[in-house]
Design a protein around this ligand. Structure first.
Ligand code: IMP
Ligand code: MG
Length: 185
């Protein structure tokens, strides 16, 4: 285990088994339907790569960047960047993928921006869901695991830009979080 972690929440094999289960659900919903997987950078990069490789459906991929400004463990203002061109979105069904659904601001605002650019449908898919922290009334159509109100890192999720490369998900030691005010997730 990494020395900055208090404990491991989901091991690599538990994560991959969870994504196996999820990919069956997703591929059934999109059976016979063309769609585009839109991954929110940076957090969902590892998850989306494992997810799409388990989907036999014909699909395209696109990316959007979202960053929330606040301290490291609470999300504040949202900055959406690198939106796909209208030609990539117009008339398409989209599956919007993020690492974690927390307050709900990111998924809500990115979904709205994609619909404004002409997408006909936006379903949402998250690796982790933290319902206790929801501020906006939004639920994911697909999710792998639910987590309690604790700050987790690994498998794409960062703290101050680090830990995304850990192949498992763990709880960061609380003393590494406190007093940390830099922006960005
Ligand atoms: P929301 O906009 O509050 O739903 O926050 C979503 C974003 O906050 C995610 O895409 C993550 O980047 C970040 N985030 C929320 N909770 C955690 C966490 O426990 N660990 C790491 N990042 C988190
Ligand atoms: Mg982040």
């Amino acid at each position: 285990m990494h020395r900055d972690l208090e404990r491991i929440l989901f091991s690599e094999s538990e994560i991959l088994a969870g994504i196996d289960r999820l990919s069956v659900e997703v591929s059934e919903v999109y059976s016979g339907v063309e769609f585009t997987v839109v991954a929110i950078l940076k957090g969902s990069c590892i998850f989306v790569a494992d997810l799409v490789r388990r989907l036999p459906n014909p699909l395209e991929m696109a990316f959007v960047a979202a960053r929330s400004y606040g301290d490291h463990t609470t999300s504040g203002e949202l900055d959406i960047d690198l939106l796909p061109a209208e030609s990539e979105l117009s008339g398409r069904r989209l599956l919007l993928v993020d690492d974690i659904l927390d307050t709900g601001r990111t998924l809500f605002h990115v979904r709205t921006a994609l619909l404004d650019r002409g997408a006909t449908e936006v379903r949402t898919c998250v690796f982790l869901d933290k319902p206790a922290r929801r501020v906006i009334d939004i639920e994911a159509d697909f999710r792998v695991f639910e987590v309690e109100d604790q700050f987790v890192v690994g498998y794409g999720l960062d703290h101050a830009g680090r830990y995304r490369n850990l192949p498992f998900v763990g709880i960061l030691r609380p003393e590494l979080i406190e007093g940390d005010q830099e922006a960005g997730r």
